[in-house]
Write a protein that binds this ligand. Structure first.
Ligand SMILES: *Cc1c(COP(=O)(O)O)cnc(C)c1O
Length: 380
């Protein structure tokens, strides 16, 4: 990769961050850090200022998601990855059914498979680039899938599986890269969980979950119950959802959170709500995503990876590149010009670009990105 392509500065997007997580952090979020530099940063998470911050995040998210009566916003340390193990320890009683259509949905199912006190999950699998919800399955007590499969750019519907309520099964949805970017009716879920470094443009390390009264009751019930052999399930305190719920009700976390992550998250939730909440955020993502898909459809060397337009994500856009051009050379040239994190998901192994179009990304920057890609490809 010797001959560098220099993109004229006037063509460049104002902000070159298009990652699918970690993703663009808006300058105002960093200003919020500066504003709290001597008052909140470096202070106790058990005292009022930080508790108020957590309270504001919980209220702001409840408003953003228009949560039904009785639902609670709960948080803890460890990111969505930790929540997979929390679901095993604290939400799934015997067995879960999974929809698997990419890396993240597969990892969630793998966590359940590794839990010795659970039966192996029933897995409904689809090829990367398509999507498959779990099907009605006897005996299972949880249905799980991902709203947005970040590894492939596939968005899945979020609606309860037929018969799930009658059989007493919870609906547990990984909303990590969808929350804040894609429409969702929380009433269709019992646990909708996510990390803040995607559409909420903060840093990683935290998980947030919106829990239904049934999910809360399940978490309390599992901690009280004895298993098949009369032994109690060992629930490591870090994976106890009951403990997270009780801490969250006091606007706290079990152990010390990254306060900077909370500050930047709080600023983003307020920004989204002030601009019009979920309706505004999702319309903005629709716009950015359709700019990219339409560009790819018109392009002679690019096309949307996901065939079914209904499954194409409006949060993470995946674009296949013609084999005559090496996508890695495109992403490398873009990076040298300050446009970063446009590579496809490594393990998917396709000649592909993957672009995060979360609410923080300016649609005008998405247009500039497409022009920069064309500019680079013409000169490779
Ligand atoms: C990023 C991501 C995760 C993992 O999030 P962490 O915060 O790194 O644990 C899980 N699920 C989906 C769908 C993701 O996009």
């Amino acid at each position: 990769m010797s001959n560098t392509v220099v993109i004229p500065p006037s063509m460049l997007p104002e902000d070159g961050r298009f990652g699918s997580g970690p993703s663009k952090i808006r300058p105002d979020q960093v200003h919020a850090l500066e504003a709290g530099a001597t008052t909140i940063l470096g202070t106790s998470h058990r005292q009022t200022p930080v508790k108020q911050l957590v309270g504001s995040i919980r209220e702001g998210l409840a408003s953003f998601f228009a949560v039904p009566d009785g639902y609670e916003v709960v948080l803890g340390n460890g990111g969505a990855t930790a929540f997979w193990d929390i679901a095993c320890a604290s939400l799934i009683t015997r067995q879960a059914a999974f929809g698997v259509y990419g890396s993240f949905s597969a990892k969630a199912a793998a966590s359940t498979k590794s839990a010795p006190f659970l039966e192996d999950p029933v897995v409904y699998e689809a090829e990367p680039g398509s999507c498959r919800l779990p099907e009605p399955t006897e005996y299972v007590d949880a249905y799980c899938w991902a709203h947005n499969e970040t590894s492939t750019g596939v968005a899945a519907p979020v609606r309860r599986i037929e018969g799930s309520r009658e059989q007493g099964a919870l609906t547990i949805v990984d909303g990590t890269s969808a929350a804040g970017a894609l429409r969702v009716d929380i009433a269709q879920t019992d646990a909708y969980y996510f990390s803040p470094q995607k559409a909420f443009g903060s840093d990683g390390g935290l998980w947030l979950a919106i829990l239904s009264p049934d999910a809360v009751a399940r978490a309390y019930g599992i901690e009280k119950s004895t298993g098949l052999e009369g032994a109690r399930r060992w629930i490591p305190p870090f994976l106890s959802l009951k403990s997270a719920i009780e801490n969250s009700r006091k606007d706290q976390t079990l152990n010390t959170p990254a306060i900077a992550t909370l500050v930047m998250l709080e600023e983003q939730v307020r920004w989204l709500n002030n601009n019009g909440g979920m309706a505004w955020a999702t319309a903005r993502c629709d716009k950015s995503a359709s700019l990219l898909y339409r560009w790819a459809e018109r392009s002679e060397y690019a096309r949307p990876f996901v065939d079914d337009p209904a499954c194409r994500s409006h949060a993470v856009v995946t674009i296949d590149i013609d084999d005559s051009i090496n996508a890695k050379q495109i992403t490398a040239a873009l990076r040298e010009n300050g446009i970063v994190d446009t590579s496809g998901y490594r393990k998917l192994g396709r000649n592909q670009l993957r672009i995060g179009v979360f609410p923080s990304v300016e649609p005008a920057d998405v247009i500039a990105l497409t022009e920069c890609i064309d500019y680079v490809v013409e000169r490779l």
